[in-house]
Write a protein that binds this ligand. Structure first.
Ligand SMILES: [Zn+2]
Length: 130
């Protein structure tokens, strides 16, 4: 387990100097483009950072719902749910995620369970009609 934090820090030493768009582009490279370490631990880390970008991260979060790594899919679903109604464009992708092979909707710690929760959060206040 040596080196993940250090390697991530070395790869992203300029992180603080990047604009939000540049950060998102880099995360897209990690999550979708296959750049950087692709181990589960690092992928989960990349996914968890997306929550910092709010609405700007929604397209990438939607892509991440289809990621081959279960951890990334869970993180994406949960982050979309936390964004709530502003993430309404994710509804179709979250509906598909309800059938995720990771587990039944009844398990709240599965991709499908988190997708069901996220859909509830997004639809609170009738956002589906917007
Ligand atoms: Zn790694």
């Amino acid at each position: 387990m040596v080196g993940h934090d250090e390697r991530l820090a070395a790869e992203n030493g300029d992180w603080e100097s990047l604009t939000a768009d540049e950060k998102l582009a880099r995360l897209e490279g990690f999550l979708i483009g296959g750049k950087g370490c692709q181990c589960e631990e690092c992928l989960w880390e990349y996914g968890s950072v997306l929550g910092q970008f709010g609405v700007a991260a929604i397209p990438l979060l939607i892509s991440a719902l289809h990621h081959e790594c279960v951890g990334v899919r869970m993180e994406a679903a949960e982050t979309l749910g936390r964004l709530g109604p502003v993430a309404h464009e994710a509804i179709p992708a979250l509906r598909i995620a309800l059938m995720d092979e990771d587990g039944p909707r009844s398990n709240e710690n599965s991709v499908a369970g988190l997708a069901a929760w996220a859909l509830q959060q997004i639809r609170r206040r009738g956002s589906a009609e917007r």
